[in-house]
Design a protein around this ligand. Structure first.
Ligand SMILES: Nc1ncnc2c1ncn2[C@@H]1O[C@H](COP(=O)(O)OP(=O)(O)O)[C@@H](O)[C@H]1O
Ligand SMILES: CC(=O)OP(=O)(O)O
Ligand SMILES: [Mg+2]
Length: 416
């Protein structure tokens, strides 16, 4: 390990691209700058940049329409920032860490080479909003920065501890369908949440138990027992569980055949790299709160006054509390904290209020004053002092989690 070089960590979400740059001079990642382009699914996209005291927030970017444009914009911005002398040459970037949502059976991060690239490509059908765009970013980075080593970090890795009776679907178990199991996603985020909250609670991660909620354009919940994922709400693909901006979340599996009689036909948006049926297209891209309200921006939905806005919020709250109740039972009530994270979890004070208010019977309660004043802390306690269980807000950092993983295996990754 250790050089004067830098690590670039790239997190392609379904509505955003977040990139952080770290110096690789110590055992823990030292963030030099963080840049985020959000609102890719509700244009215009907006830029947020922070490097020390230098901050840009809410700048609208008319010409940034997709993940590829966003990466080009971000690399250009970083390379041309005079306040970032660590990044002047393309060769300064030793590693680029990419968040890849579906890692199939990979149990740890991989160096991207021809084999791993094609393996990830084959998993694209199982994460149709994510893997294909992560791969196109990997390809474009490989072309722009030919001397940088690309690494894939998977959302699925954290959930490899889910017991078999929880990850198995009760369907015929042929050898192929044994791969048709629950994988779970947002794993880099849950690893980051566990690291930050256990440190906040002054407990080792291995004895910390949480019900964690990652609520963004894709939303999920996770039961963490003694530092290990016990269950999570996304499954074989990131479609199941909670509704998202454009995803239905759990519905009766037969519903789709009543919405269309060509469910199994290929969708017009299928490409050579990505095969997606009309059913998958509909449930992944045409549902969620966007289908109910006409916007993917949950900030606008929760501020909205219309019946459909209220309905979308009530649905999300209802599905969240259902999962928290189930996980509370799974954990036998041994819960150190309920944790909110992700764009909505971190910024949506009113949603936190509604969720926690509905969980009073379990011993959770919010302090409205603290909840309304969440600042820049990595972890903030928003629970009432009188409540039995803690309620925390955590600024999850998937990029830092990847950079940490890169530093831990630096020499091995250098060998390729
Ligand atoms: N003040 C706010 N209140 C509630 N939701 C918000 C607020 N600001 C942003 N959001 C929502 O956060 C979501 C994006 O979360 P994020 O985790 O960054 O997304 P991604 O899934 O792309 O990683 C969007 O739905 C956005 O509308
Ligand atoms: C897995 C997933 O849905 O990720 P995101 O919320 O970043 O889109
Ligand atoms: Mg995300």
């Amino acid at each position: 390990m250790s050089s004067s070089k830098t690590i670039l960590a790239i997190n392609a979400g379904s509505s955003s691209l977040k990139v952080s740059i770290f110096s690789a001079e110590s055992d823990t990642p030292n963030q030099l700058a963080e840049i985020e382009i959000s609102g890719l699914s509700s244009p215009p996209a907006t830029l947020k940049y922070s490097r020390g005291d230098e901050k840009i927030k809410g700048k609208e970017l008319e010409n940034v329409k997709n993940q590829g444009d966003a990466l080009d914009y971000i690399l250009d911005h970083l390379m041309n920032d005079d306040g970032l002398p660590q990044l002047k040459d393309k060769e300064d970037i030793e590693f680029a860490c990419h968040r890849v949502v579906h890692g199939g059976d990979y149990s740890q991060a991989q160096v991207i080479n021809r084999d791993t690239y094609h393996h990830i490509e084959r998993l694209s059908d199982l994460a149709p909003l994510h893997n294909a765009s992560a791969l196109s970013l990997i390809k474009s980075l490989h072309e722009t920065l030919p001397s940088t080593i690309n690494l894939a970090f998977f959302d699925t890795t954290f959930h490899s501890t889910i017991p078999r009776h929880i990850s198995t679907y009760p369907v015929p178990q042929s050898s192929k369908s044994n791969n048709l199991r629950k994988y779970g996603f947002h794993g880099l985020s849950y690893a980051s949440i566990l690291r930050s909250t256990s440190s906040f609670l002054k407990k080792p991660p291995s004895s910390t138990s949480l019900i964690a909620l990652h609520l963004g354009s894709g939303a999920s919940a996770c039961a963490i027992r003694n530092g290990k994922s016990l269950d999570t709400s996304m499954g074989l693909t990131p479609l199941s569980g909670l509704p998202g901006a454009t995803r239905s979340g759990d519905v009766d599996p037969a519903l789709v055949f009543h919405m269309t009689n060509s469910a199994g036909d290929m969708s017009a948006s299928s490409t050579k790299e990505l095969h997606i049926t009309q059913a998958e297209e509909m449930l992944n891209k045409k549902c969620g709160w966007n289908a109910l309200t006409g916007t993917t921006d949950f900030g606008a939905v929760i501020a909205g006054e219309r019946e459909e806005d209220k309905l979308a919020v009530d649905i999300l709250v209802d599905r969240i509390i259902g999962l928290v109740g189930a996980y509370f039972v799974r954990l036998g009530g041994e819960v150190d904290a309920l944790v909110f994270a992700g764009g909505i979890g971190e910024k949506g004070a009113e949603l936190r209020n509604k969720v926690v208010d509905s969980l009073r019977c379990l011993g959770f309660a919010i302090d409205e004053g603290k909840n309304g004043k969440v600042g820049d802390g990595v972890v903030e306690d928003v629970g009432s002092d009188e409540a039995r269980y803690k309620v925390l807000v955590c600024r999850t950092d998937e990029q830092a989690e990847m950079a940490r993983g890169c530093l831990e295996r630096w020499d091995e990754f250098k060998k390729g």
